[in-house]
Design a binder for this molecule. Structure first.
Ligand SMILES: *Cc1c(COP(=O)(O)O)cnc(C)c1O
Length: 249
């Protein structure tokens, strides 16, 4: 067999692996929805493709994935460019520095990690410049002190309202909802479902003033069941679909 044949074999192996992993994750989401009495369509799978190549994103797209997420602009920008022909919605889920905003706005449809007013201003300016409407989720840090920020980004619950109002009145931005990562420290450490239920309560509060901000992004490979049980609309799954990441990301 020639070089091309081996390449094709390797791609087919990877395709089978990703298809099997996706099917497993799909069964988990469906079971969690059934257990919670929720229709399966209420939950959108966002596959976190960070550290994995554009070739994997292409296979995932062929397998029916429509939402992918990245957390580092340096890696995401070239990957999104390579996959620009695919019918994908790109989510940005990492801590975002304002000097990367212009690049991120070039490919992201939704930024899930909005956590400070300076970032909102930068996103608005670049979205307007690009002639785009950018979806925004406020990232909530359930382990932050009052008025503080979380270690992995996010604003404390007390800061949501002000930030949400700012997004809602910023040109080029659309307030879509809330996102969180289950805290490793503080009162919610090891209590994912309680953390996600708290996020749902915060979402209900938010929707009083912003009824269209219905997205609730919570749950990853290890805790998607708890997120679906709590009421999440979006789960962000990396490892369970693509495998254990070769390095921290
Ligand atoms: C990496 C990442 C995920 C996916 O985590 P897995 O445990 O690999 O499923 C979800 N959300 C964010 C913000 C991430 O950075």
């Amino acid at each position: 067999m020639g070089h091309d044949g081996r390449m094709t074999d390797r791609r087919n192996d990877r395709r089978e692996e990703l298809a099997a992993n996706l099917a497993k994750v799909e069964r988990r989401i469906a079971a969690a929805c059934a257990a919670a009495g929720r229709p399966r369509e209420e939950v959108t799978l966002v596959v976190v493709t960070k550290t994995y190549p554009a070739a994997d994103v292409r296979i995932l797209s062929e397998l029916g994935v429509r939402h992918v997420a990245e957390n580092r602009d340096q890696e995401a920008a070239p990957k999104a460019a390579e996959c620009a022909d695919l019918p994908l919605t790109w989510h940005f889920v990492g801590q975002l520095q304002t000097n990367k905003v212009r690049s991120v706005v070039g490919y992201a449809d939704i930024v899930q990690s909005v956590d400070r007013s300076r970032l909102v201003a930068a996103l608005s300016k670049e979205a307007v410049r690009a002639g785009r409407e950018l979806g925004c989720l406020i990232q909530v840090a359930l382990d932050a002190g009052a008025g503080g920020r979380g270690e992995r980004g996010g604003v404390a619950p007390g800061g949501i309202e002000e930030l949400a109002d700012l997004v809602a009145r910023s040109e080029g931005l659309r307030l879509d909802g809330l996102m969180t990562v289950a805290p490793l420290t503080g009162e919610y450490a090891g209590r994912q479902q309680a953390a996600f239920e708290r996020l749902m309560d915060l979402s209900a509060d938010l929707r009083v003033a912003h009824p269209a901000a219905t997205m609730v992004s919570a749950g990853m490979s290890g805790d998607l069941e708890q997120a679906v049980a709590a009421g999440a609309t979006h789960v962000r799954v990396g490892t369970a679909v693509l495998g254990v990441r070769p390095r921290l990301g």
